[in-house]
Design a protein around this ligand. Structure first.
Ligand code: CMC
Length: 424
């Protein structure tokens, strides 16, 4: 029997039945597409806390349990057994790759690391000290002027190429953004190196091509990329889908997603966490800052805590905390910052304010400590989130394009302005 729900309008006694859509996992969803037609009302849901804006096969989160699945696989298992390119293949194609399909994808991605020489000129136009996120979002938008070719959504090979092309080029743009903002010469990608190793190479290499990259560091960063690869309909993904719904170029949609990710409430939190831990400065100051975070009259928030969907530990944070502890002794983890972070976590997790609101550490709480140990400067933390998330954005772009029920994103509003009036 098909499930449904009946809404009764207390104003006129009219009852209307609405179908319930059953997901493969998670809460049932009421289909209210005909609500306005049937009952003449809209729903009010600022920030879409209770609204499913689309259907998706890619990622599932159980916020109560603190569970994250990519195409059904738990994130912990993927972090343990797969590399970032396996995860990219999985997110895009729905299955983990066999050796020959992996090799084919890897070869193609390597061949696409390079940027068009013309695009490189753009970097000279940016301020010397521009934030790499500003440079990144602009340059990705500009990329759409160089690659007009892969836009036929009915041609599977073409849109896969379009997807891998942007995955391959984003690290190069991110590394160039960093090097430009620090006055360093741009380093061409090394097409013989694996994705993550090549990124570290482009960040670190001297003009003579010398760069020390340890495998432990490479694997840590690779895990960070995998953990960021997709995350349901978060703010940046919803932005990418909104732009895609208008028919804009996919790289323009990704550029808009990068803009949305930049904010402190979203991907920008990773940079803010480290700035905040540095500001706390000492374990003995932690309680003072926790008090500030709890004060309703103070806008101060504990960065790296809380999540719209997770009402339990963010499973990505758990993987990163374990990784941070495993890395101790192998890379230079800042002990002082780690101790402050541990104390923040300890106090917050036993404090009524945080317990009542289900505020747990999220992915950004730990990523910065590891990235700092990998000698990555703070202003590159959010670009690193971008590199990991690009595959998710592009897979969601493709999913939307293939979805026959997708429509232009166009929410309604609760108008609270002036009623009709006249100049005379
Ligand atoms: N510190 C102190 N109080 C908080 C925090 C925090 N980090 N987060 C939420 N609260 C309080 C908030 O003040 C509110 O209290 P009250 O009910 O008394 O008004 C309550 O918890 C609910 O907060 P909300 O802002 O309504 O929750 P939301 O779902 O709209 O926001 C969030 C989620 C992530 C934006 C928010 O928790 C936050 O600003 N956290 C800090 C920034 C951060 O770490 N962001 C990274 C998110 S994970 C990476 C990603 O996927 O983007």
């Amino acid at each position: 029997m098909k499930k449904s729900i009946t809404f009764t309008d207390n104003r006129n006694g009219k009852s209307v039945e609405f179908p319930i859509l059953e997901p493969s996992l998670g809460a049932d969803v009421v289909d209210i597409r005909t609500l306005y037609k049937e009952m003449g009302i809209f729903t009010y849901d600022p920030g879409f806390s209770a609204t499913a804006s689309c259907s998706s096969d890619i990622t599932f989160i159980d916020g109560g349990k603190g569970e994250l699945l990519y195409r059904g696989y738990p994130i912990e298992e993927l972090a343990e057994n797969s590399n970032y390119l396996d995860v990219c293949y999985l997110i895009l194609n729905g299955e983990l790759p066999q050796k020959n399909s992996y090799d084919k994808m890897n070869d193609y991605i390597k061949s696409e690391y390079l940027l068009h020489e013309g695009l490189k000129n753009l970097f000279n136009a940016f301020q010397d000290n521009a934030h790499p996120m500003a440079t990144l979002t602009s340059t990705v938008a500009a990329l759409s002027s160089f690659h007009f070719e892969h836009l036929d959504i009915d041609n599977e090979a073409e849109y896969r190429e379009m997807a891998y092309k942007i995955v391959a080029k984003i690290p190069t743009i991110a590394a160039y953004s960093y090097r430009h903002s620090h006055g360093l010469p741009l380093i061409y990608p090394d097409m013989d190196r694996y994705f993550t190793k090549n990124f570290l190479y482009m960040m670190r290499a001297k003009p003579n091509g010398k760069a020390n990259i340890d495998d432990v560091e490479m694997r840590a960063l690779d895990t960070i990329f995998s953990l960021h690869a997709d995350h349901e309909q978060n703010a940046s993904t919803s932005t990418v889908r909104a732009v895609a719904s208008t028919g804009a170029h996919p790289y323009a949609a990704i550029s808009a997603g990068i803009g949305a990710l930049w904010g402190r409430a979203h991907g920008g939190a990773n940079e803010s966490v480290i700035s905040q831990l540095e500001m706390i400065g000492d374990v003995k100051n932690v309680e003072k800052f926790i008090k500030k975070a709890k004060d309703p009259n103070d806008s101060f928030r504990l960065m790296g805590f809380g999540h719209r969907v997770y009402k339990n530990f963010d499973p990505r944070a758990k993987v990163l905390k374990k990784l941070r502890d495993e890395l101790k002794g192998k890379v230079e983890i800042d002990d002082k910052i780690s101790k402050i972070a541990d104390r923040v976590e300890e106090i917050a997790l036993s404090d009524d304010y945080f317990i009542k609101r289900n505020l747990y550490p999220n992915i950004d709480f730990y990523s910065g400590t590891i990235l700092t140990a990998l000698q990555i400067p703070k202003d590159m933390f959010t670009p690193i989130f971008v590199i990991g998330r690009t595959i998710g954005w592009i897979a969601q772009w493709i999913e939307l394009k293939k979805d026959r029920e997708a429509k232009i994103a166009r929410p309604r509003q609760l108008y609270t302005g002036k009623k009709r009036r006249h100049i005379k």
